[in-house]
Design a protein around this ligand. Structure first.
Ligand SMILES: [Zn+2]
Length: 438
């Protein structure tokens, strides 16, 4: 067994816990943590000096559309429904190569900012899933469906929604042997996917065990429209169609009404809270405190860079705390540890059942080292405080996923980041020129 030891360092094995002067060891063969405790002695060749480092569980981005890095900085300051029109016009021009390039840059960005796993709804195929596996990240990928007939990405893939459901199951079977890759049905939303399709996907999911990812109750307008059209909230509507009986991961849920809390607290349901995106698009602020007291399992996500504009989970943690306190006019409503838990153990089981998102012997070696010698970390007295309010993705020095060192000394080892940046810049410029030409 090849074991890499990291010592001496501070470890936050999960939200609210701290070990000091500790050693952490990982097996590159099993991909699991083999030791966590007091330093066992001098380091050997190949081990990592942990002085000035803090180890945390890898961050989990519980909702994004990662290939949309090409849209960073596009349509920043317009009303939500104008924004949707702009984004759609841009997306219609994406080729398969554009989506590959956008994904590659997103993978590099997530890794270098300490994210080890993500839940993503977009166009997905074998090539894109293989790119995630080669980059060494975990994904729950949900090929997006916008109804039976509509095609999501005409340039990249003019496949109708009915065929994408078949393809999702085929991709799940194709990647069944890859521990990093999982699939989910990607129902975009109840306002784009008809009730028959929601019911059909619930049925398919019950039969084959593939989970579902769906946007629900992101805006007040969406909830009002649903009440007018169907007489129930979007959350109640999909529950009535059987969707919340299985394994379902919900994005947003900013505007629940009475009765929705209990539905989202069902055993197979997880919810991604996306504070930066919700604030930037003016969608609102989700009632996180009420969700936590109702037993709803919350993860934390960035959403796409078109509504963020980074994939830095540390921004979500801090913004998530601040938004709740500003809304309640009360600093005691939520803690930094609550948001850090959401960013790790909260989102992990939504990526893959059984994934814990904590550092412990026997668990997958998905971990992040941060430099805590910098000015914004000094004095380094309270690791929990640093993680919630001062840490940035740029503090990340090393990342391991399943025991593989995918970031080493602030360099992504699995992706040529400079090439990824240049490629995306060129492709975004081409699309912007096309849009300007009409
Ligand atoms: Zn989304």
């Amino acid at each position: 067994m090849t074991e890499i030891r990291i010592a001496p360092l501070t470890v936050v094995p999960e939200a609210g816990q701290v070990l000091r002067e500790a050693e952490l060891a990982v097996s590159t063969d099993s991909g699991r943590i083999t030791y966590l405790g007091p330093v066992r002695g001098p380091l050997g060749a190949g081990d990592i000096d942990g002085a000035g480092r803090l180890a945390i569980p890898g961050l989990v981005n519980a909702h994004t559309h990662s290939a949309m890095t090409l849209l960073r900085g596009y349509s920043d300051d317009v009303p939500l429904h104008t924004w949707l029109t702009h984004v759609r016009a841009f997306e219609l021009r994406l080729t398969a190569a554009d989506i590959q390039a956008g994904l590659r840059l997103a993978l590099a960005e997530m890794l270098r900012n300490g994210t080890v796993a993500f839940i993503d709804m977009f166009q997905w195929d074998s090539t894109l899933l293989a790119a995630v596996s080669e980059a060494g990240m975990r994904v729950s990928a949900a090929p997006a469906v916008f109804g039976y007939d509509s095609v999501a990405f005409p340039m990249a893939d003019p496949t109708p929604g009915s065929d994408i459901l078949e393809r999702t199951a085929a991709l799940s079977a194709e990647f069944a042997g890859d521990p990093l890759i999982g699939l989910a049905y990607g129902l975009h939303a109840p306002y784009t996917c008809p009730p028959e399709m929601v019911a059909e996907v619930a049925q398919r999911s019950r039969v084959n065990g593939i989970g579902v990812h769906i946007h629900l109750s992101e805006t007040a307008r969406e909830v009002d429209d649903s009440l007018r059209q169907f007489g129930v909230t979007p959350i109640r509507q999909v529950a009535d169609l059987g969707l919340l009986d299985g394994r379902v991961h919900v994005a947003h849920a900013v505007h629940p009404r009475a009765g929705d809390f209990e539905l989202l607290g069902r055993p197979g349901v997880t919810v991604s809270h996306n504070p930066v995106s919700n604030l930037k698009l003016g969608a609102g602020i989700a009632p996180v405190g009420r969700y936590l007291s109702a037993g709803v399992r919350l993860g934390l996500g960035t959403d796409s860079v078109a509504s963020n504009n980074t994939l830095d989970m540390f921004e979500e943690i801090k913004t998530g705390v601040l938004a709740q306190r500003g809304l309640a006019v009360d600093p005691s409503v939520i803690s930094g540890a609550d948001l850090f838990r959401m960013a790790t153990a909260g989102g992990a089981p939504a990526v893959e059942p059984g994934l814990s998102g904590v550092l412990a012997v026997g668990e997958p070696a998905d971990l992040v080292l941060l430099d805590v010698t910098g000015t914004t970390a000094s004095p380094f007295t309270d690791p929990g405080s640093f993680l919630a309010y001062a840490a940035r993705g740029t503090d990340v020095t090393d990342v391991f996923v399943a025991g593989r060192r995918v970031v080493a000394g602030r360099r992504v080892t699995t992706i040529d980041e400079a090439a990824a940046r240049a490629d995306v810049a060129e492709r975004a410029a081409r699309i912007l020129a096309e849009l300007a030409a009409g």
